[in-house]
Design a protein around this ligand. Structure first.
Ligand SMILES: [Zn+2]
Ligand SMILES: [Zn+2]
Length: 151
């Protein structure tokens, strides 16, 4: 069973991809959706034509897929036992972990509980670049990127 955060993440993903958004409660029924901009809280507003129930998904900042580098940084933080925060809105990140006992590979899926941005990473955490950076224990400074910076 997906968590509530995962469910909202997937609904938002479908909406932004321009795909039909199925109602979580009514199998086979597609919800109508709109993106509502307000002064304080942009959000997606979904309505089910069958049960008339509505779902509101906060979207400021708007959902996006985390950059691979950022996702790798989250895996590093897990290795160090540090908390992970969404770099877009500074909210908590929900982490789903799957471990393949045979290969020692881990698959992580990260979802921000506030903006529902997401990213996934799979591999052996002890290998690759993980841990190669000097562990300063502090958050990485914001690098210059082309991503829009929310203030
Ligand atoms: Zn419904
Ligand atoms: Zn976020």
């Amino acid at each position: 069973m997906p968590t509530e955060v995962e469910q909202l993440r997937d609904l938002a993903k479908l909406y932004w991809a321009g795909q039909p958004v199925p109602c979580p409660k009514h199998t086979g029924v597609m919800m109508s959706g709109s993106f509502v901009k307000t002064t304080y809280a942009d959000h997606l507003f979904l309505t089910c034509p069958r049960g008339k129930e509505t779902i509101t998904i906060p979207q400021r900042p708007r959902q996006m897929e985390f950059y691979p580098q950022a996702v790798e940084g989250m895996v590093e933080n897990i290795q160090r036992g540090d908390a992970i925060l969404c770099y877009r809105c500074q909210s908590k990140i929900e982490t789903a972990t799957q471990e393949n006992v045979e290969t020692g590979r881990f698959a992580y899926t990260f979802t921000c509980v506030r903006c529902f941005s997401y990213g996934s990473w799979a591999g052996n955490p002890s290998a690759a670049k993980i841990g190669s950076a000097p562990g300063s224990g502090t958050q990485k400074k914001k690098k210059k990127t082309s991503e829009p910076v929310e203030v």
